[in-house]
Design a protein. Sequence first.
Length: 229
Amino acid sequence: MSLLTRDDLGAMALFADLADDQLDLLLDRHRETSHQIDQVIVMEQDWGESLFLIRSGLAKVRTYTADGDEVIMSLLGQGDVFGEMAALDGASRSADVVALTPLRLVKMRAAPFAALLTQQAAFALALARLEASRLRDLNQRFALQSADATTRLLDSLAYLSRKSSGSTDPLALIPPLAQKEIALLAGLARETASRTLSKLRSRGTVIEEDGQLRLVDAQPLIKRGLLEG
């Protein structure tokens, strides 16, 4: 993959309203890095003056309960930024970000990003939309904590599809992931997630293509209120 250009950055929804000179400002002294599965990109309580943009791959935002249990707060995919809140308010980072698949990242300086937010209302609004979308995803997942295992797993598979494809398609291919990660995302014990996934496969709701999972039909999502018909 070639180095990120001004045109590449401007094609992403968050940066679409910025002028060429503003895009150049964000790209000034940027760095591109590659990361392997399970690599920790940022750690909770770290201090950071940079933010990150995902060019390709999938990452998880995780924290831990008081009992030491891992909780996946959200997923990050192509075009998503992270580290922006710590960069803006000067506080320590609020969670770990860990690679779920091989990642390619762009590391940008926080100061130009923060300056443009104060100068460009459309840019600030685009960031607000991004944060609102993440909050909606988080709210839905927490609202499903008391739902049955099938509903929770279906919701998690649809979420994985959307984030890994960079689209709104809940039927897109899901990259190969350790089953423990799918279980964590659904908030299920690994054995329960494995049993539920086997049931969905036997029904033909989920299929495997070249080692990747895919939901075949949106109707189970619509039936369970996970997707509008």
